[in-house]
Design a protein around this ligand. Structure first.
Ligand SMILES: NC(=O)c1ccc[n+]([C@@H]2O[C@H](COP(=O)([O-])OP(=O)(O)OC[C@H]3O[C@@H](n4cnc5c(N)ncnc54)[C@H](OP(=O)(O)O)[C@@H]3O)[C@@H](O)[C@H]2O)c1
Length: 229
């Protein structure tokens, strides 16, 4: 059965490689992008006939709802959601501006929450769904929350969202939600000194998105291994 996956932030970096990976596995891929022309340019670099660009800006709740309503009307039910889009606000605690903190929360927490609210009920009804929240070790209490405050706090909240939401999914339902850290990846966000390729960064997201029914849920992963929150 062909599964339909929505990847946010799919025009570059880890999101692009994740979209490419799902296409290689025969999925119908919806590339969630802020800028349609960026998305169309990226789509040309992915092989497959069932790849589509959909506009979504995670800081704008209206575009999130519009995107999902239109995408499901045109392409059918979304089975797999990869909440990948991210922003790195580098400001220190002293310099952090309210607007940048708010943007981080919108992109990393409120947007993903809204997408879950829009898509999870259908997944539960159809008894199939996979949600993957691309988080970070900088949002893990056990790893010291060392990143810049807006980033670390919002990723910690994304981890909390993952665990909280997993509680409402009953054990006998074939719907799974997990969070993951891709490691330090060579992208615009990760910078040129990062040791990992975007392909490597996408591996765990792909694995979690295609978990079998007996796969884990409510967990946090890096390199396909469970890590502590
Ligand atoms: N790279 C790393 O070392 C690393 C480490 C740990 C976790 N992560 C996480 O991995 C994910 C992907 O990161 P990356 O390294 O691939 O970053 P990236 O290359 O900077 O890509 C970020 C993506 O997010 C999109 N995005 C940003 N703001 C958005 C918004 N308001 N609405 C919709 N999309 C938006 C960007 O779109 P535009 O092109 O339009 O800006 C872009 O497609 C992020 O969640 C990040 O926090 C990365």
């Amino acid at each position: 059965m062909t599964r339909t996956v929505l990847v946010t932030g799919a025009n570059r970096g880890i999101g692009f490689e994740t979209a490419k990976g799902f296409a290689a596995h025969g999925c119908k891929v919806l590339m969630g992008v802020r800028d349609e022309s960026d998305g169309e340019a990226a789509r040309k670099d992915i092989t497959g006939n069932d790849i589509h660009v959909v506009e979504i800006d995670l800081t704008n709740a209206d575009t999130i709802t519009e995107c999902i309503v239109r995408a499901e009307a045109v392409y059918g039910n979304i089975d797999i959601l990869i909440n990948n889009a991210g922003v790195m606000v580098e400001s220190s605690f002293e310099e952090l501006e309210a607007a940048d903190f708010e943007k981080s929360l919108k992109v990393h927490v409120e947007g993903p929450l809204q997408l879950c609210q829009l898509l999870l009920p259908g997944m539960l009804e159809r008894n199939f769904g996979r949600i993957v929240n691309v988080s970070s070790g900088w949002g893990a209490f056990t790893e010291g929350m060392e990143g810049p405050p807006a980033y670390a706090i919002s990723k910690a909240a994304l981890n909390a969202l993952t665990m909280n939401l997993s509680n409402i999914i009953e054990a006998n339902q074939n719907v799974k939600i997990n969070a993951m850290c891709p490691g330090w990846v060579h992208t615009r966000m990760g910078g040129k000194d990062a040791p990992r390729s975007p392909e490597k960064g996408a591996e765990t997201a792909l694995w979690l998105g295609m978990l079998d029914e007996d796969g884990p849920t409510g967990g946090f992963f890096r390199d396909k291994k469970k890590i502590n929150w």
